[in-house]
Write a protein that binds this ligand. Structure first.
Ligand SMILES: Nc1nc2c(ncn2[C@@H]2O[C@H](COP(=O)(O)OP(=O)(O)OP(=O)(O)O)[C@@H](O)[C@H]2O)c(=O)[nH]1
Ligand SMILES: [Mg+2]
Length: 200
């Protein structure tokens, strides 16, 4: 049967988070890297709001598949035009969520295939490693934009960095290449806990 993902909640304040009885998968990365678009591809829907201009997602947006699994669409970082007070509010809720939430199953950090790791991305990987270690994975996005030989070589280097320097499993994806989405989705949906149906 087809999985039906639904919008659950749009959270601006840590006191309004949904209950912790369902595992959550986080999508994070720079503004405009393609988080919301990838969520739409994986869920085969248009539940997440996307935009050509960075800074679209400004709260923690929760999507849910029955009582089995949630996806959390994070606001992106690195976009200078977000007003300081809003940026402060976003940083605070992300920090509180990451430190307190017990039901986080996986965290995907998205990196643009063309641009690779920036300083802030590397900082975040180090922070996430302290809190989550083996639950952190890298997704390279917009692979369809990698065309010439030089860009392909660079993506290979970014892949090697993910694997060798950061010790992370990684995925090369494009919302225009369905096979890359199927692979990622398979990995995302797979969980010994869920397969054992311990979570009702
Ligand atoms: N060519 C190409 N464009 C993509 C891909 N994924 C996303 N985009 C485009 O990238 C832009 C940003 O996508 P979003 O999904 O809104 O990015 P986001 O990371 O959610 O951005 P914020 O909410 O601002 O943090 C949109 O114009 C998308 O159409 C991809 O795989 N290939
Ligand atoms: Mg977004």
């Amino acid at each position: 049967m087809k999985d039906v993902w639904k919008f659950l909640d749009d959270v601006h304040d840590i006191s309004s988070l949904p209950s912790e009885n369902i595992p959550e998968i986080v999508f994070w990365g720079r503004s405009n890297v393609g988080k919301s678009s990838l969520i739409n591809s994986i869920t085969n829907s248009s539940i997440a709001k996307t935009s050509k201009t960075p800074g679209r997602t400004r709260s923690l947006v929760f999507f849910q598949l029955e009582k089995r699994l949630r996806i959390v669409d994070f606001p992106g970082y690195g976009y200078s035009k977000i007003p300081l007070n809003i940026e402060h509010q976003i940083n605070k809720i992300i920090d509180q969520y990451l430190k307190k939430r017990k039901c986080i199953e996986k965290l995907f950090l998205l990196i643009d295939s063309k641009h690779g790791f920036k300083g802030k991305d590397e900082e975040i990987i180090k922070e996430l490693d302290i809190l989550f270690k083996d639950k952190v994975f890298i997704i390279f996005t917009k692979k369809d934009r990698v065309n010439n030989l030089n860009e392909k070589e660079n993506l290979k280097k970014h892949n090697e960095k993910a694997s060798n320097l950061f010790n992370k499993k990684f995925f090369n994806t494009s919302i225009k290449e369905i096979n890359t989405i199927i692979l990622l989705k398979k990995f995302m949906m797979n969980s010994s806990v869920r397969n054992n149906e311990n979570i009702k």
